[in-house]
Design a protein around this ligand. Structure first.
Ligand SMILES: O=c1[nH]cc([C@@H]2O[C@H](COP(=O)(O)O)[C@@H](O)[C@H]2O)c(=O)[nH]1
Ligand SMILES: [Mn+2]
Length: 480
């Protein structure tokens, strides 16, 4: 069984170095046909349970620019080597990998190059005030500035895989540099020029809203971000390739295709290796967005601690990921189907900053007020941006900032109806034995069906408001 990766291979053929952008750090071969064959993963038989057979050639031949490394912007997977004007720009010194001859090198490596340490000034525009820039080369989460490249221990060809311990430096090199992320042209341009970008998740589209309304909503949310002068970056995995920024046809796939999985961050490597397609939850979106250099993210309601946690231990992976990802999430609190006070407690334990936006009450997703207070209130996008800057300046753990933005009271779900239908939904969920990833979509769907769509209206009102606010926060951040 071979897995073909035709879209990537197309651009690989056009530019030997383009392969760097998204081939993961595993042994890869490029067949003469231009098809990328993944070894190792193939023999291990990783397959997606629900996704259609891989090899689908979505956007075939139309994406070379998305796959090509952005050498001018310090984009993902870049070995940026242009001599950018560094005035008012990031002055960090990067290692440079000089590309070898185009085409695959020995040992299946798609590229052989030589490392020159500190040979290039970053030069990303607007990055002079480091710590709040879109420069992923300098500021990829999890990488201390300047660390990039510091672990390289070898120059020259990658050693043979059989060379055991001596291959480690190149191993590290591969893992670090072969990012699998596909950042859309529009998003990359925006990041490179310091324009505001808002990440949007796709689980709400694929699994949180009924069809065909979901596609309409996906497009509408992107439009709302644009109305605020920001660029939307909807995130999803298509045929094993994580995307930050989707074209309309790709959004359509997420909204309408059968077999689109729900991917938390732990599922990403599995989906990538299996060539699967899936919608990203808050945790997976936050991870990918941050990797791409996107700092602001909007969703409906976060996942959290489920009721009956003592029995099921069901706590969304959103919380743990937000504890170690530097991103600002605008949300209407956590979904009210959850144990809200337990979730707030968990966020405190994990050290995730939470602030109400224009309110001292923690919002309740469908409801403007969950019945629980928040310790901090922010009132303007500039105030939010100031907190983001303070986070960076303090240089504590790479945790998120949750901006809890309530649905307007006039658009919330009737609290009495909410309480009644939610109780029924939880009972039904229990009786049917729904567990794991299926719980949240089940409950959301139950509420839509048993409130005559009123929960959907409240959900949409909340998401819309969040997306708009996120656009304004991203704009304030880009002015910082
Ligand atoms: O308005 C919504 N917000 C958020 C979600 C999704 O629900 C996920 C949580 O799922 P779980 O509880 O299985 O972690 C969130 O990460 C998010 O993707 C949704 O469907 N609808
Ligand atoms: Mn769960």
């Amino acid at each position: 069984m071979l897995w073909s990766r035709a879209p990537g291979a197309q651009s690989d053929a056009a530019d030997g170095r383009a392969t760097q952008t998204w081939l993961a750090g595993w042994p890869a071969l490029r067949a003469a046909s231009g098809t990328v064959v993944i070894r190792g993963a193939v023999s291990s038989g990783i397959r997606s349970k629900r996704s259609p057979p891989s090899g689908r050639t979505e956007g075939k031949g139309t994406e070379p620019s998305e796959n090509a490394p952005d050498r001018s912007a310090g984009g993902p997977g870049t070995f940026a080597q242009d001599s950018a004007d560094t005035t008012g720009s990031c002055a960090r010194q990067h290692d440079v990998v000089e590309p070898g001859p185009a085409g695959p090198s020995a040992h299946g490596a798609p590229f052989a190059g030589a490392l020159r340490r500190g040979a290039r000034t970053c030069g990303t525009a607007g990055s002079a005030r480091c710590g709040r820039t879109a420069c992923v080369t300098c500021h990829a989460p999890g990488l201390a500035p300047g660390v990039r490249g510091g672990r390289f221990g070898a120059v020259g060809r990658p050693p043979k895989m059989s060379e055991g311990a001596s291959r480690r430096p190149w191993d590290t090199f591969w893992r670090r540099e072969r990012l699998v992320l596909v950042v859309s042209e529009e998003v990359r341009q925006a990041l490179a020029t310091g324009r505001p970008v808002v990440a949007l998740e796709s689980t709400i589209i694929a699994h949180g809203l009924p069809r065909p309304r979901n596609l309409q909503v996906a497009l509408e949310l992107e439009e709302a971000v644009r109305d605020e002068g920001a660029v939307p970056a909807t995130t999803a995995v298509l045929d094993g390739r994580p995307h930050v920024g989707l074209r309309p046809a790709q959004l359509e796939r997420i909204a309408g295709e059968d077999g689109i999985r729900k991917l938390g961050h732990r599922d990403l490597p599995l989906a990538v290796a299996a060539g699967a397609s899936g919608a990203t939850t808050v945790s997976a979106t936050a991870l990918l967005a941050a990797r791409a250099g996107v700092r602001v993210f909007a969703t409906g309601g976060l996942g959290g601690v489920h009721r009956e946690w003592t029995v099921t231990q069901d706590e969304s992976a959103d919380l743990g990921l937000l504890a170690r990802t530097r991103i600002t999430v605008v949300c209407a609190g956590v979904k009210s189907i959850l144990d809200v006070p337990a979730t707030l407690q968990r966020l405190e334990t994990l050290g995730v900053a939470v602030a109400g936006y224009g309110t001292s009450r923690f919002p309740g997703f469908y409801l403007a007020d969950s019945g629980h207070p928040v310790d901090w209130t922010l009132r303007t996008p500039d105030e939010v941006a100031a907190v983001m800057r303070a986070q960076d300046m303090l240089a504590g753990p790479n945790s998120a900032l949750i901006v809890a933005h309530p649905v307007p009271e006039s658009e919330q779900l009737d609290p009495v109806l909410h309480a009644r239908v939610l109780a029924d939904a939880l009972r039904e969920c229990d009786e049917r034995g729904v567990t794991g990833q299926a719980v949240t979509p089940f409950l959301l769907d139950y509420l839509v069906r048993h409130t005559d769509g009123a929960s959907l209206a409240a959900n949409l009102a909340a998401v819309r408001g969040n997306v708009r606010l996120a656009g304004r926060i991203a704009a304030a951040w880009s002015r910082m």
